[in-house]
Design a protein around this ligand. Structure first.
Ligand code: 8YV
Length: 331
């Protein structure tokens, strides 16, 4: 009998076809997000789950599906998965690092620039037919080149954004991270490690790229925003919940900071209603990794992981990017 797997969301047909070479695949034909009870039910009898950030994999779901051996997420982030609960039950978890780093950094930089130069606000003004004349101070924003770029979360994507800022735009780079980078990584960017408080105080453009965990929930709240320069921008491409969206909307409305760029939201796809009515924020629907090439690479890597994690293909037993490799060692 063939091993059964569940593909929880829509994915490239070629990737589904490749999975079907190895497994009996139940695919989500409609791409609706299945409620937890339905996801739990559909996982019955499945050895593997191909998931995205929209599916929550917790202890209760795992206990209802003790046959599950692999959860392969088509995302670098895996805060939708209780990894400890998976590890305790011998379920290998995989993610899709590296393949999206440069694409996501491009988008983070673009969103930061759009916020600094007020692009969305200006575009809405033009589309609304309100552009009747040029004026010296129309949509004046702040410079990106030569400014201080602050990065919260200096992992792979954070470093890629820092490279763009330092090498392409002559920015001074400061960062805060759980741990300081090796000097060899800091040196080419002249990146300076600072406390989170100094990061907030000194940044002209703050970009948030820290992975979500309960420890960083509302890491940026009202008191933190109050430390920022009134001319500063804040860009969040990490996860909703790292920033207190209600506090951010208030800071934007009161012009306590100049502008923001947000690709991720608390409770997305819902967006805090106050963010929808403040003009000085650029809002995008969680698309930082969305180029055709990168989404393909992510989908293929998640498939490679699932195939290998379930003992098939050339890397049988050795998925390329496990999050909890200790599970594999114990098999
Ligand atoms: C995904 C992301 O598009 O990789 C991540 O962690 O946030 C995005 O690239 C999203 O999570 C869908 O799985």
């Amino acid at each position: 009998m063939r091993v059964k797997v569940l593909v929880a969301r829509g994915v490239f047909p070629e990737v589904l076809a490749r999975l079907r070479e190895h497994f009996d695949v139940e695919a989500n034909e409609t791409d609706e997000i299945w409620p937890k009870a339905e996801l739990t039910r559909r996982l019955q009898g499945k050895a593997g789950a191909y998931t995205t950030g929209s599916e929550s994999i917790d202890a209760e779901l795992l206990d209802a599906n003790p046959q599950l051996r692999a959860v392969c997420n088509m995302a670098v982030g895996f805060n939708n998965i209780d990894v400890d609960a998976c590890t305790a039950r011998g379920v290998v978890v995989t993610n899709t690092p590296d393949v999206l780093t440069e694409t996501t950094a491009d988008f983070g930089f673009a969103l930061m620039m759009a916020a600094a130069r007020r692009m969305a606000e200006a575009e809405h003004f033009l589309r609304a037919g309100r552009w009747t004349k040029w004026s010296y101070d129309m949509f004046t924003g702040s410079d990106v080149h030569g400014a201080t770029l602050g990065i919260l979360g200096m992992g792979r994507i954070g470093q890629a954004i820092a490279r763009r800022g330092a090498l392409g735009f002559g920015m001074r780079v400061i960062y805060h991270n759980r741990s300081r980078l090796d000097a060899a990584l800091e040196a080419p960017l002249a990146a300076r490690y600072v406390t989170q408080e100094d990061l907030l105080r000194e940044s002209d453009h703050l970009v948030i790229v820290v992975p979500y965990s309960p420890a960083v929930h509302h890491a940026i709240g009202a008191a933190d925003l109050a430390l920022m320069k009134p001319t500063a921008t804040l860009t969040n491409i990490a996860r909703g919940g790292v920033v207190d969206d209600a506090a951010l909307a208030q800071a934007l409305r009161q012009r306590r900071i100049a502008a923001a760029g947000l690709d991720v939201f608390e409770g997305e796809p819902r967006v805090h209603p106050d963010l929808l009515t403040v003009p000085n924020v650029v809002l995008t629907p969680h698309i930082a990794s969305a180029t055709v090439a990168t989404r393909r690479a992510m989908a293929e890597l998640a498939a490679d992981n699932l195939i290998a994690a379930l003992g098939c293909g050339p890397r049988a037993g050795r998925p390329p990017t496990p999050v909890n490799p200790q599970v594999l060692a114990g098999r």
